[in-house]
Design a binder for this molecule. Structure first.
Ligand code: FEO
Length: 399
């Protein structure tokens, strides 16, 4: 199996997972990669490892370059099992002189693998590690997205090994950003941020500011998933900058579930109202769209309009599940509105509004309830609601 050269004496030795379709609830329709990197120097260093089931692929790639037993250091940028699952076997094989990780990384490794006698060395910002000709420098990135997360920077080669950040779940035979379809790359970069990092946007914002302030020359960003950014790392940095500030594209997303098509018909009329105001929108039926794809579109939307009928004094289960997921991720800076049909009690709109208040959405209307099946006068109100959201979006844009 072929390793791939990033720069002189630096290689990708990770694994491609063509088959994974569910990554703890995130739909990985295009598979993923677990990236690991080998630096050949006086101290041979492995940066990150791979999921347990993929360790043979990584070992085969390392063997194309060097006997794995000759590796001196292992750097653990992040302890989550997709990057550390094979670590116990790799430690047995390599018997490393050092396992370099953050302070929280040491704790997390102990809590995962219970190995007190591993040779941990805490990586500290400002305390570089010389490998011989090359130097490793470290950046603490706590809660991006786990407490243990850190970045490693290879000073001479100007490569930032960024752990999960700037990654995508994308299985390809290509390893670099300029070798893949750019639209697919952006779609998967967006989906990754939306589902993994949205909650931590305030920290991403600080990190981007810090990286800018450090004026770190970055030739390549090498994340732990997807392609390595060698031609256009600015694309990933600029996208993260935008998303971390909660900047949407000015469009609206109508996310709904429906029982007997009444709520669906309302959604269409709300869409017409948005169209009247010149606002681009998408209708997203939760029956046909996976929550992680919906969150990708939520990230770029400026207004979220939620629709659901009332069932058993509550919401339809798909909407309830989606709301729980979205609330956990806490998208920022959205205009919100709610609608839905009902038969007798009609709690759904109130529940949708309450979830949006929790997420600090700017609710611009008390919401629209229609009994059983809408008629023309109800559709007029739906169009009105769409227009109202459209006007609010335009006012926000011009503010
Ligand atoms: Fe790719 Fe947080 O693990």
């Amino acid at each position: 199996m072929n390793p791939v050269k990033l720069s002189e004496n630096v290689y990708w030795v990770g694994a491609v997972d063509w088959d994974v379709r569910d990554f703890h609830g995130y739909s990985t329709n295009r598979g993923t990669t677990y990236n690991a990197f080998l630096i050949m120097d006086e101290k041979i260093t492995l940066i990150d490892t791979v999921k347990k089931s993929k360790k043979h692929d990584m070992i085969a790639r390392i063997k194309e370059i060097v006997d794995p037993e000759k590796i001196d250091y292992i750097v653990v940028n992040h302890v989550e099992m997709d990057h550390s699952g094979s670590l116990p076997e790799m430690v047995d094989l390599i018997k490393p002189e050092k396992i370099i990780c953050s302070k929280m990384g040491e704790k997390a490794l102990l809590q995962h693998f219970h190995q007190e006698d591993w040779p941990y060395q805490i990586a500290k910002p400002g305390e570089d590690v010389s490998l011989g000709a090359k130097t490793l420098s470290f950046l603490e990135t706590r809660m991006l997205h786990w407490p243990d997360s850190m970045f490693t920077y290879l000073v001479e080669d100007q490569i930032l090994f960024s752990s999960d950040a700037f990654g995508e779940h994308l299985a390809t035979s290509e390893r670099f950003d300029d070798e893949v379809d750019q639209a697919i790359l952006l779609e998967e970069l967006t989906k990754y941020y939306a589902n993994i990092l949205t909650l931590y946007s305030p920290l991403v914002k600080k990190l981007i500011a810090k990286v800018k302030e450090m004026n770190l020359p970055i030739k390549m960003i090498a994340p732990d998933h997807g392609v390595i950014w060698r031609t256009n790392p600015g694309m990933a940095l600029e996208a993260y900058d935008k998303w971390s500030q909660g900047k949407g594209d000015g469009n609206a997303l109508i996310i709904y579930d429906t029982m007997w098509h009444s709520t669906e018909e309302m959604a269409k009329r709300i869409g017409s109202g948005l169209q009247d105001e010149g606002i681009s929108h998408q209708l997203v039926n939760l029956r046909y769209n996976h929550r992680s794809d919906v969150m990708r579109d939520v990230l770029n939307a400026s207004a979220i309009i939620l629709g659901c009928p009332t069932l058993n004094n509550g919401l339809l289960p798909r909407m309830a599940g989606f709301l729980m997921y979205m609330r956990g991720l806490r998208p920022q800076n959205k205009i919100g509105a709610a609608f839905g049909s009902y038969g007798w009690s009609g709690e759904s709109v109130k529940l949708l509004n309450s979830a949006m208040v929790d997420m600090k959405f700017d609710i611009i209307d008390e919401g629209l309830k229609v009994k059983y099946v809408p008629e023309d006068k109800d559709y007029v109100q739906c169009v009105e609601l769409g227009r109202k959201v459209g006007q609010a979006l335009k006012a926000k844009k011009s503010a």
